[in-house]
Ligand binder design. Structure first.
Ligand SMILES: CC(C)(COP(=O)(O)OP(=O)(O)OC[C@H]1O[C@@H](n2cnc3c(N)ncnc32)[C@H](O)[C@@H]1OP(=O)(O)O)[C@@H](O)C(=O)NCCC(=O)NCCS
Length: 172
């Protein structure tokens, strides 16, 4: 019997978005502005999260966005995302950004990111999500390495919470 918590393959949440780099999206070096790319990453990842759990989700954290290569106006930007791992109410989404030179056809991985989303119920409380299972080699690699990233995230959350408490003492 299929229920809303039936395991789903990573491929069910796959999202692919392709953009052009327009002049207004660039920085002073004429390469894609980092904040613009981060917004696109958050958008595609949020769609992957919602496709996986079919409920409202919020971004809980962004591990990092590693801008590995600059992206120029001669390139198309392909963003690809999918849910790689789940906790009880949280989902890890991987996003890779590929820049493709439109004249030569040469492609490169320009950025990668892991983002955590939390599924919310109608009262805005964390809600259980279905588990995910990997099928391709890339999905399996990301799935099996996820627990280590989860541990780092848990630790970082504790540190961020402590830091916020200290900072609040100075302001309020
Ligand atoms: C994310 C949020 C819903 C968590 O709510 P909470 O009441 O603290 O819930 P919990 O402590 O029970 O955590 C729920 C899940 O989120 C995970 N989580 C919470 N904060 C996290 C963080 N900073 N990084 C990674 N995971 C996190 C927990 O590990 C837990 O996962 P699990 O259910 O899979 O075990 C809450 O902190 C929030 O609303 N934050 C603001 C979100 C936001 O505004 N985002 C930007 C706009 S979309």
């Amino acid at each position: 019997m299929t229920t809303e918590l039936t395991k789903r393959p990573c491929s069910d949440s796959r999202v692919i978005q392709t953009n052009r780099v327009l002049p207004l999206d660039t920085n002073n070096l004429d390469t894609l502005f980092g904040g613009k790319l981060m917004s696109s990453i958050d958008i595609v990842a949020s769609i992957s999260a919602a496709k996986h759990c079919r409920s409202e989700c919020v971004t809980a954290s962004m591990d990092s966005v590693d801008f590995l290569k600059p992206i120029r106006q001669t390139e198309a930007v392909h963003l690809e995302s999918f849910v790689t791992y789940t906790g009880s109410s949280s989902m890890e989404v991987f996003v890779k950004v590929i820049a493709e030179h439109l004249i030569t056809g040469e492609s490169k991985v320009a950025a990668t990111s892991f983002i955590t989303f939390v599924s919310l119920d109608e009262n805005g409380k964390p809600k259980k999500v279905p588990a995910v299972y990997p099928e391709t080699e890339e999905e399996k690699y990301l799935f099996h390495s996820a627990e280590d990233r989860m541990k780092v995230r848990k630790n970082r959350r504790k540190l961020s919470t402590y830091l916020a408490e200290q900072i609040e003492k100075y302001h309020f």
